[in-house]
Design a protein around this ligand. Structure first.
Ligand SMILES: CC(=O)SCCNC(=O)CCNC(=O)[C@H](O)C(C)(C)COP(=O)(O)OP(=O)(O)OC[C@H]1O[C@@H](n2cnc3c(N)ncnc32)[C@H](O)[C@@H]1OP(=O)(O)O
Ligand SMILES: CC(C)C(=O)C(=O)O
Ligand SMILES: [Mg+2]
Length: 568
């Protein structure tokens, strides 16, 4: 007898059928190499039994089972099982395929529900019992570890189910797997079915009872756990819950329920839970079926918190909103996702982790802009936040504030824009202009208000993130025109007072917004504000120099430093 058939109240065997029932799901077929890789990972996960396939289905299936038995079925490795219908040929193929494994199991099955017997098999109950007896005996004559499944047990007359299971036990089955093949039962019913068999089938106490639940009504995991509560000590399940139709009980959910609620179930598995996430990713990538984000245990959101209240709680004490840790199932850590529902605690923590040092004002300002961005953009990621902070870090003196921008442009239209700026005196100034395009129109309208001649020497636009709601990042560089000032960006005002002609100063500005034209307007305003602030500084410095007795040529005339009457 193998170790899996030793009775143990404490221990639940995990029978993984990803490579058999899982692979039966439409679109989930795997190549031999992929199956082998999954089997390697299942061994790392430490499952007790790998159902490697259905060798009679095709030569390819036989070869895959054989290869898995050879490589993975080591003495310390899992039991390698193969499925066979209740006929000699299938059983022979299963048996030959698992030969290389140190620990082998033949899993044979036969329907017991009236609906299957009458319509699919065209057999009487008596004929079915006879077949079960013959084929389990035959399998047992080959292999000491034989599992029998009464297919569609969930819809089988309970008294006949007792009889069928009793026949299989008498014929030498060591594991009795009770499938709810069509996912019809509720947890109460499934648990009662297992309990009934446990209490009424002679000899069952020497066998392992097993669950095999399908998810047609979304109850596969709950049913499996009800079976365990009723005495089952093997659970058949699949990675990510893949399998026929709506799938099987998901391995990760069953295992983590037993792990997390250990006190409730009083049971353990041998699974190395830290391998769960990796196994899930591997299977998902091979079958090309993504794991839904809200999938329990392995979904991208399973350990992610976006809402501010939850983030605040988790930051203060993790268990406030987590019943298990992400690390336990093999993720690096839980995540605090920054988004529309995030609060200041999480945003501050994020900035700290990224090494940003913002003072309180900057923080409040960036946070407000972040929330504003979240309202306009579905997914705000690191790059968006970097852009927001870069914008904040510009420290541009906002002499003129962009208060309103509106534009109209399109085929057959003359691009037109209206802008409203709040000036240094707090007064709103509105103007409109036409341009060669919407950006040009906006810039012309701004120029009409500020009236500070400048040359646009660089305009670059970049989509920071992907998608239609991407954030646009605009950088502009302008050069002041018509001023007698000839200062390089790095030169000091004192140097200018020497009257030496130097390269004209260049000012850059940066804007970020989901509306490209608004980002362009912000960038231009940032550059203009820098230009005006620099001019203001120069005027102040010259005034100080004159009052201190300087008598050389003036570079800037101290008239209205902001507006249109400024002399150049
Ligand atoms: C609930 C489950 O998951 S059951 C497992 C399902 N898995 C598969 O079906 C694996 C992939 N299957 C296959 O490749 C093919 O169906 C094969 C190779 C197994 C059989 O193919 P075919 O011989 O062409 O038969 P087909 O699939 O059309 O019909 C199934 C036959 O098996 C019989 N059968 C089904 N289950 C069993 C069983 N447990 N014991 C004995 N016979 C069975 C059916 O009655 C039918 O027999 P019939 O031809 O005498 O009517
Ligand atoms: C072959 C059996 C165990 C099965 O997959 C089912 O009945 O769902
Ligand atoms: Mg099944």
């Amino acid at each position: 007898m193998t170790n899996t058939t030793e009775p143990s109240v404490e221990y639940v065997r995990i029978f993984d059928t990803t490579l058999r029932d899982g692979e039966q799901a439409p679109g989930c077929t795997m190549t031999l190499e992929e199956k082998l890789e999954v089997a390697r990972q299942l061994a790392r996960l430490n499952v007790d039994i790998i159902e490697a396939g259905f060798p009679a289905a095709s030569p390819g299936d036989w070869a895959a089972v054989h290869e898995i038995a050879r490589e993975i079925g080591t003495p310390d490795g899992p039991i390698i099982a193969a499925l066979a219908r209740a006929n000699r040929d299938d059983i022979d193929k299963a048996w030959s395929a698992i030969q290389p494994a140190a620990k082998k199991r033949i899993h044979t099955f036969m329907s017991t529900s009236d609906i299957h017997l009458e319509y699919q098999f065209r057999k009487t109950r008596a004929e079915a019992l006879q077949l079960i007896h013959e084929m389990v005996s035959y399998a047992r004559s080959l292999c000491e570890d034989v599992e029998f499944s009464p297919m569609d047990a969930g819809r089988t007359d309970p008294l006949f189910l007792r009889e069928a299971v009793a026949v299989a036990v008498a014929a030498g089955a060591t594991t009795l797997n009770i499938p709810d093949t069509v996912g019809y039962l509720t947890p109460d019913e499934y648990g009662a079915m297992i309990r009934d068999l446990r209490e009424n089938v002679p000899g069952i106490e020497n066998c392992i009872l097993s669950t095999h639940c399908h998810d047609d009504l979304g109850m596969a995991v709950a049913n499996s756990l009800a079976g365990v509560r009723a005495g089952a000590r093997q659970v058949e399940c699949t990675i990510n819950g893949i399998g026929e139709r709506a799938g099987n009980a998901s391995l990760e959910e069953v295992v983590m329920a037993l792990h997390t609620r250990q006190q409730y179930y009083g049971l353990r598995t041998r699974i190395n839970t830290r391998e769960i996430a990796r196994t899930s990713r591997l299977v998902s990538s091979f079958i090309g079926v993504p794991v839904p984000p809200n999938k329990a245990i392995v979904g991208a959101n399973a350990f992610a918190h976006e809402s501010g209240i939850h983030q605040d709680g988790v930051l203060k004490y993790r268990q406030t909103y987590e019943i298990m840790s992400a690390e336990t199932v093999g993720f690096d850590s839980n995540t605090l996702v920054l988004g529309k529902h995030s609060g200041r605690h999480a945003f501050r923590k994020y900035l700290e982790e990224k090494g940003y040092k913002l003072n309180d004002d900057e923080f409040q300002h960036v946070f407000a802009r972040f929330k504003d961005l979240c309202d306009r953009k579905k997914k705000v990621d690191d790059r968006d936040i970097e852009a927001l902070i870069a914008g904040e870090m510009q420290h541009t003196p906002e002499l003129y504030k962009l208060d309103h921008v509106q534009y109209a442009s399109g085929v057959g239209m003359i691009p037109t824009a209206t802008v409203r700026l709040i000036g240094p005196d707090g007064q709103a100034k509105v103007d409109s202009a036409q341009g060669t395009g919407p950006v040009d129109a906006v810039y012309q309208a701004i120029n009409r208000i500020i009236q500070r001649p400048n040359e646009l020497i660089e305009f670059s636009i970049n989509a920071i993130t992907e998608g239609l709601d991407a954030v646009a990042e605009v950088t502009v560089r302008i050069r002041e025109q018509g001023s007698s000032a000839r200062l390089s960006e790095s030169s000091s005002t004192a140097t200018s007072l020497t009257g030496r002609r130097q390269s004209q100063q260049i000012f850059s500005g940066y804007g970020v917004h989901t509306d490209t034209i608004v980002a362009a307007a912000q960038a231009y305003m940032a550059a203009l504000n820098k230009m005006l602030a620099a001019r203001q500084e120069r005027i102040k410095a010259e005034a100080m120099a004159y009052s201190a007795g300087y008598s050389g040529e003036a570079t800037t005339l101290p008239v209205d430093i902001f507006g249109g009457s400024t002399l150049g």
